[in-house]
Design a protein around this ligand. Structure first.
Ligand SMILES: Cc1cc2nc3c(=O)[nH]c(=O)nc-3n(C[C@H](O)[C@H](O)[C@H](O)COP(=O)(O)OP(=O)(O)OC[C@H]3O[C@@H](n4cnc5c(N)ncnc54)[C@H](O)[C@@H]3O)c2cc1C
Length: 287
């Protein structure tokens, strides 16, 4: 299908983009990589009168790694995340997850900002940002504010972001050196969204888990930070009973809809399996 007609704008700065959003109101939408928005426009599920394309705003394209503080500009693409050796070294779960998103063509254009701002529970990066306890920077007519990824998602496609705000950056502290991480995603075929997916970051010392954080993708209307699931691992040797407790805690908060990816019970079951596999892989990756 062909999208409805729209007026196209390509502002050079964040303040110009915010100015356009303010003057056009909710008839305008931000365009980043376009790989979620343009399919929605073709289906006429989004019918913006104005598109504000962020691609000329160079300040949104940087990756900064200063000590343990990581800042990702909203217009950094998935391919750029994958290619960054600094990120692979400090926080490999970003690369592991990005490589499981869609296909190379989409990863070359799709941005991290679009992925987390979109509010689609099928997007993989929001759960990773929740488990990393990331903060999103939003810039609007009243200035800048920070919102935790754990507080950002309200329900499917509804977030804390106001219509006249731009998500400009994602900030987080890299997990401790020697941590292990994994992102396990069950999908029907390459390029598909998850039936269920789980991300895990944990640290081990002398065979005991000293910290853990777990995020779940596409098993509810929002990404889920599985706090109790991770807590079930801390202080244990991550043996079978601890993993079982973590799986059960994750399954207890999963609330997926029945859809083309399977019945609800099946998707809850897969949630547990993804948590199990991600924990086991993260332990293997921990030093
Ligand atoms: C076939 C196919 C398969 C896919 N599979 C997956 C998958 O398995 N996992 C996955 O995670 N994704 C998947 N995607 C989606 C892809 O990762 C998108 O690129 C991503 O969801 C959105 O990023 P974008 O840069 O393309 O954003 P856009 O499509 O341009 O924007 C998405 C939404 O976010 C808003 N937005 C964008 N940037 C900002 C910003 N900086 N501030 C505020 N609002 C903003 C837009 O207004 C729009 O509403 C798939 C896409 C396709 C076409």
């Amino acid at each position: 299908m062909i999208p409805g007609s729209f007026e196209y704008h390509r502002p050079p700065t964040i303040s110009d983009a915010v100015g356009l959003l303010v003057s056009f109101g909710d008839d305008a939408l931000i365009l980043a990589g376009g790989h979620s928005l343009i399919p929605m426009m073709k289906l006429r599920m989004a019918v913006p009168e104005y598109l504000i394309d962020l691609q000329d705003i160079s300040s949104l394209k940087s990756i900064s790694v200063e000590g343990d503080q990581i800042t990702l500009g909203a217009m950094v693409t998935q391919a750029e995340l994958i290619a960054s050796s600094a990120l692979s070294e400090k926080c490999p779960i970003l690369q592991t997850t990005s490589l499981q998103i869609a296909d190379p063509q989409i990863r070359n254009v799709g941005t991290i900002g679009g992925n987390v701002a979109n509010g689609d529970p099928g997007n993989d990066m929001p759960a990773v940002m929740q488990l990393l306890d990331a903060t999103y920077t939003l810039v609007g007519p009243n200035g800048e504010r920070d919102v935790k990824a754990r507080d950002f998602y309200e329900t499917a496609y509804f977030t804390e972001r106001a219509d006249d705000e731009i998500l400009t950056a994602i900030k987080f502290t890299a997990p401790a050196a020697g941590h292990g991480s994994a992102y396990e995603k069950q999908k029907r075929k390459i390029g598909d969204y998850a039936t269920a997916a789980a991300g895990v970051v944990l640290t081990m010392a002398d065979g005991i888990c000293t910290s853990a954080s777990i995020g779940l993708t596409n098993v509810a209307d929002t990404p889920l930070w599985a706090e109790a699931s991770a807590a079930a691992l801390v202080g244990t040797s991550v043996d079978e009973p601890a993993i079982k407790a973590a799986m059960d805690a994750a399954k207890a908060i999963a609330d997926p809809a029945q859809d083309s990816r399977g019945p609800r019970e099946f998707r809850i079951h897969v949630t547990g399996i993804m948590v199990q596999r991600a924990i086991q892989q993260a332990v293997k990756n921990a030093q």
